[in-house]
Design a protein. Structure first.
Length: 370
């Protein structure tokens, strides 16, 4: 959108004696996408723009067309006319992106390389340091408001404690940004959905779909299939959050690793140390923190396995996948999926719910506070 503004493709246009502000001509945009290698051909460009329409990012200026037509019709970004639906999750995400950009753009930024327990972390900050900065920059009015903002950012998976042991506090605890907002995302990533997402191809737990022929030198990930055997399959992915960001260590701490015995095993044991009930999770003062994770699936899935029921838990996470990049860890409990409360459901129902939803998955999970 910003590039289109800079290139003057988005501008005020007159049609039938009426002026439409901040709009673009569909046919011109299709040409632009191909010329700038954002789409390989017109068909792909049309599909990309249709994706943006389906997700309420662009629309016809008079809302007379529900589909994107490669013609001399006027469309507009909803962000430019104030009709973009700003949910609480979207607002927190955009606030986090704004703060990140502001922090990495200034000299003497509070984001620095720091060490904790002999481990170095990139672009970290102290909780109290962030609060001082937020007040100084006029982002918040007082320390309490700053703490509430920090907690919202942590619960939405935007920041985290470097070893993921603490919520956000006004103290000298070390935190870092979990999301690399500066990774340039290409529009073609929207077209990575394919038939591998069909639930029928993986009725057990479809979030760890992988190529069955590992390439030499790639790490392996153990995915439990419906035949009760553990198969070693490749964890390589071509469009996950971390794979296109270069060296992920610049933005993320070392991803969690999975260690299973490399043998066939029937009905593998749960990773939970003991059963946990919904009543225990939801009781006042329970040692659990709720986090919101936004996971953008790639061509091979989301990269995690869910098990159990009432409540379901995360059984395994692909260290190189989108779920791990979003902050998912084993033993977290699934609270909601795309806004639907699921603590009372089994994993098969949750699998179906996720597979029939959008590629961008918003999950609330509950994690034990150590």
């Amino acid at each position: 959108r910003l590039r289109l503004h800079d290139g003057k493709l988005i501008k005020d246009r007159r049609y039938h004696l009426r002026t439409y502000p901040n709009c673009f001509v569909a046919k011109e945009l299709t040409d632009w996408l191909i010329d700038h290698k954002e789409a390989p051909d017109r068909e792909s460009a049309i599909r990309l723009m249709q994706k943006l329409m389906d997700h309420y990012i662009i629309h016809h200026v008079c809302d007379e067309h529900s589909d994107y037509k490669d013609a001399k019709l006027l469309y507009r970004f909803r962000k430019d006319d104030g009709t973009f639906p700003l949910s609480k999750d979207v607002k927190v995400f955009m606030r986090g992106q704004s703060l990140y950009e502001k922090l990495v753009s200034v000299e003497e930024s509070i984001l620095k390389v720091r060490e904790e327990n002999s481990v170095k972390y990139q672009r970290t900050f102290l909780g109290s340091e962030m609060i001082d900065w937020l007040i100084q920059e006029g982002e918040v009015e007082n320390r309490q408001e700053a703490v509430e903002l920090g907690r919202a950012l942590l619960e939405h998976g935007i920041i985290q404690h470097v070893s993921n042991r603490h919520h956000f506090f006004d103290s000298d605890i070390l935190y870092q940004f979990w999301i690399n907002f500066r990774r340039r995302r290409r529009l073609t990533e929207l077209l990575n959905e394919n038939s591998s997402r069909a639930l029928s191809e993986s009725p057990d737990s479809p979030f760890c779909l992988r190529k069955l022929n590992p390439e030499p030198g790639n790490t392996s990930f153990l995915s439990v299939q419906t035949n009760k055997e553990i198969k070693v399959v490749s964890a390589v992915r071509r469009s996950s959050i971390t794979s296109l960001s270069g060296n992920s260590n610049a933005y993320f701490s070392a991803p969690p690793t999975l260690v299973f015995p490399p043998v066939a095993e029937c009905n593998p044991k749960s990773v939970l140390k003991r059963p946990v009930t919904n009543e225990e999770l939801l009781s006042p003062g329970a040692p659990y923190v709720k986090k919101t994770l936004t996971i953008v699936g790639d061509a091979v899935g989301w990269g995690f396995v869910v098990r159990g029921g009432r409540p379901c838990h995360i059984q395994a996470v692909d260290p190189g996948g989108p779920a791990a990049a979003a902050g998912m860890k084993v033993c977290q409990f699934v609270f909601s999926v795309n806004g639907v409360y699921v603590l009372h459901l089994d994993y098969q129902t949750i699998s179906s719910l996720i597979m029939t939803g959008p590629r961008t998955l918003v999950m609330e999970v509950m994690e034990a506070i150590e």
